[in-house]
Design a binder for this molecule. Structure first.
Ligand SMILES: [Zn+2]
Length: 423
């Protein structure tokens, strides 16, 4: 075995045989033994093109031979623990879903490092450099909180105006770069994606994640962990998710029922025309069908397939109510309403967009439609500001489209919320 392989092997062994740091009992499992399947799935590729250590999204671990030679075994072990959590949590896939690019990769990396750091800090298995940086990020952004998902941290970090300009740091200039394992953007030093050398394919990676999730939950039982990203991750992988489709359909049916009831009640109220001619009695206007508006978030972070499914589900629910010919207005919305399209079938709507997200604009546009829609269904990733108050006269359903394992953003109390997660 060459020197590098030997050192990496020693670091893996050190990592998985770490004694538990808090309240050790003779029968306590080794603190990070749950990472065994994951760290042994990593394939080492010596590379002088990088300064320290990095991984790509195919579980290939690139290490600089000189750096490895100089670092201690425990330090290398902590680096492995950090990097392997990026891979377990599929930060590369989630970066793509969030539309992370060169301009925002630094904030994404900080966000992911915060979650990994929270996962490892109790075991004193986080690299010192990562801890220092994460502490700095927290000091600079006191509103970050704890226990959030990478997506949540990213949303907060990337919206802060301070990141707009003045800080003259290049991408990842002051940060350790954990590689495409974190952001999915291939580096020049990576082996080509189709190179079979040490590559884990998607199915193999899923198998590793599944085994580690089982081991993690087992280990967490005896530790009494506080909830956090790693626990949500393990729960998501080991427990089948509740199907969201029936929940969305039910919300639509309820919304329509509410709207129908409300429309009928207008018989007992003076209509607008009546107030102009008080001596003439006009019945309140009663619509045969409830008006529906769909406000569709077209920002890049929305998965097309998931969006299609969610829209299809809303349509199906309307058809199921015996609404033979639903007049659904679909509004495509990113930072501004890109297109307002009235279509017979929701899935026929042309969606344009791809920028930031502000669903307030879409909801406002929907509520100015005439006749005013009784029900507004908002399909969004949830990373958007919401109006403070509900639009008058319309019930609002928010279908929050998310990635597995992520905590989805909060919604105001006046919306009926349904979490729709891609499986
Ligand atoms: Zn990292």
């Amino acid at each position: 075995m060459d020197v590098i392989a030997e050192k990496v092997a020693a670091a893996k062994l050190w990592l998985i045989s770490q004694p538990p740091s808090s309240m050790p009992r003779p029968d306590s499992p080794r603190a990070l033994a749950y990472l065994a399947t994951a760290v042994y799935a990593l394939r080492t590729v010596p590379s002088s093109d990088i300064a320290t250590i990095r991984a790509d999204q195919y579980w290939r671990l690139y290490v600089n031979p000189l750096w490895v030679g100089a670092i201690s075994v425990p330090e290398l072990g902590r680096e492995l623990a950090h990097i392997v959590w990026h891979l377990l949590m599929d930060h590369a896939g989630r970066a793509a879903a969030m539309g992370v690019d060169a301009a925002t990769s630094e904030q994404w990396h900080q966000a992911c490092d915060l979650t990994v750091s929270e996962t490892l800090v109790g075991e004193e298995a986080s690299p010192v450099s990562v801890e220092d940086r994460s502490r700095q990020v927290r000091t600079d952004n006191p509103s970050l909180g704890r226990g959030r998902s990478a997506e949540d941290y990213f949303a907060i970090l990337s919206r802060l105006p301070a990141w707009g300009g003045q800080q003259a740091t290049g991408p990842l200039a002051n940060n350790k770069d954990c590689g495409s394992a974190c952001d999915g953007m291939p580096r020049a030093s990576d082996l080509p994606p189709d190179s079979e050398v040490g590559r884990l394919d998607r199915i193999q990676a899923e198998q590793v994640r599944e085994q580690v999730a089982i081991d993690y939950r087992e280990a967490a039982k005896s530790r009494g962990d506080s909830p956090g990203e790693a626990q949500r991750w393990a729960k998501h992988i080991t427990e089948p998710t509740i199907r969201w489709e029936p929940l969305l359909a039910r919300a639509v049916r309820r919304g329509v029922a509410w709207a129908s009831g409300r429309v009928e009640r207008t018989w007992s109220r003076p209509s607008r025309r009546q107030s102009v001619q008080p001596e003439v009695l006009h019945p309140g206007w009663r619509r045969p069908l409830p008006g529906i508006a769909m406000v569709v978030d077209t920002s890049v972070s929305i998965d097309d397939e998931l969006l299609g499914k969610a829209m299809g589900e809303v349509e199906g629910a309307l058809r199921g109510l015996g609404v033979a010919d639903p007049q659904v207005t679909v509004l495509a919305c990113d930072a501004s309403v890109g297109a307002v399209t009235a279509v017979r079938k929701a899935t026929d709507a042309t969606l344009v967009g791809g920028g930031g997200t502000d669903m307030r604009v879409g909801i406002a546009a929907a509520s100015t439609l005439r006749p005013r829609p009784d029900l507004i269904v908002v399909l969004t990733d949830g990373y958007t500001p919401w109006p403070e108050l509900p639009p008058p006269g319309s019930a609002v359903i928010a279908a929050i489209l998310g990635r597995p394992g992520a905590t989805l953003p909060e919604t105001p109390p006046w919306v009926a919320r349904v979490e729709c997660v891609l499986r």
